[in-house]
Design a protein around this ligand. Structure first.
Ligand SMILES: C[S@@+](CC[C@H](N)C(=O)[O-])C[C@H]1O[C@@H](n2cnc3c(N)ncnc32)[C@H](O)[C@@H]1O
Length: 277
């Protein structure tokens, strides 16, 4: 059994736990299914699922769960509509939920130690991970040459998803990263989620941000929480035209909220789908 505190990325482990818990504690229609996350959580003692299972309505845990499932569900819906056959997950952590069930070539980018940990855990859980690992520091490394070296065809459109990543970069790092993705061909798509600045959060969103920055924030601090208009501007400057930019809770389909009236809707994050012009 593995100790959760030994995680190479605690935020990645808690994201996997949130996705795994979603199907176990929320009523259908679910936003996502993630059997791999459940198998990964089973490797740990104490289980990273235990808080979620014990207190599913606790606001911070419920927000983490719905937000993590919603961003992956949003990415899957956009990926399906796109028809693209190359997927790049930036800050992939332990996620295999976006590509699950799609016939698609996938590249996972994260810090070297996180990808090594991912491979070890997937192996121990008996999960086949067909994704190509691309170790990189997304705040510094030149991404497209590394992806091309790992087999990505950078002359064909690519679907890029960066879920739960933006807040760990600085404003400058994010703008530089968008610029480094700019050579991707027209028709490429980019999906990101982003925490809104404090002034735009509601009370529940502020409480969530305070709880997270006070707990795992010391290990993985938040930096970049741009205003949605500023994020849209950075995307446009780098050649990405935003097509939709909803508040995350507004994207979650109404039947889910109707089936789960005990859960609150927060103003905490936006989801963005952009296309390379
Ligand atoms: C909250 S986790 C999200 C993981 C996954 N996308 C998900 O939704 O489950 C954030 C991930 O971003 C990665 N990350 C943060 N900063 C990074 C950087 N500068 N370079 C590469 N990866 C980074 C972390 O290692 C971690 O795996």
């Amino acid at each position: 059994m593995i100790e959760p505190n030994s995680a190479a990325s605690l935020s990645a482990l808690l994201s996997a736990a949130a996705r795994a818990a979603h199907e176990l504690v929320d009523r259908p229609p679910h936003l996502l299914q993630d059997p791999d996350a459940r198998a990964l959580c089973a490797l740990f003692e104490p289980s990273p699922l235990s808080y979620q299972l014990a207190q599913p309505e606790q606001p911070v845990l419920a927000t983490a769960r719905i937000s993590t499932a919603a961003r992956a569900g949003f990415a899957r819906a956009a990926l399906e509509r796109s028809g693209l056959t190359q997927l790049v997950l930036l800050g992939a952590g332990l996620d295999s939920s976006v590509s699950r069930g799609f016939e698609i070539d996938t590249w996972v980018v994260d810090r070297p130690e996180v990808l090594a940990w991912r491979a070890e855990l997937f192996g121990q859980a008996g999960i086949t991970d067909a994704a190509h690992p691309v170790p990189a520091d997304l705040a510094a490394d030149d991404l497209l040459p590394a992806l091309a070296a790992a087999g990505l065809d950078v002359t064909r459109p690519v679907f890029v998803a960066a879920l739960g990543l933006v807040m760990y970069l600085t404003d400058g790092d994010l703008q530089a990263l968008l610029g480094r993705l700019a050579p991707l061909p027209g028709g490429s798509r980019l999906v990101v989620d982003s925490i809104v600045p404090a002034a735009l959060r509601d009370q529940a969103g502020r409480a969530y941000a305070d709880a997270i920055t006070g707990s795992i924030g010391g290990r993985e601090p938040w930096h970049c929480t741009p205003h949605p208009d500023q994020l849209a501007g950075w995307l446009q400057d780098a050649g990405w035209r935003p097509e939709q930019l909803p508040i995350e809770a507004d994207w979650v389909p109404e039947p889910f909220w109707a089936a789960n009236p005990q859960l609150g809707r927060n103003r905490l994050s936006v989801l963005v789908e952009a296309v390379r012009c």
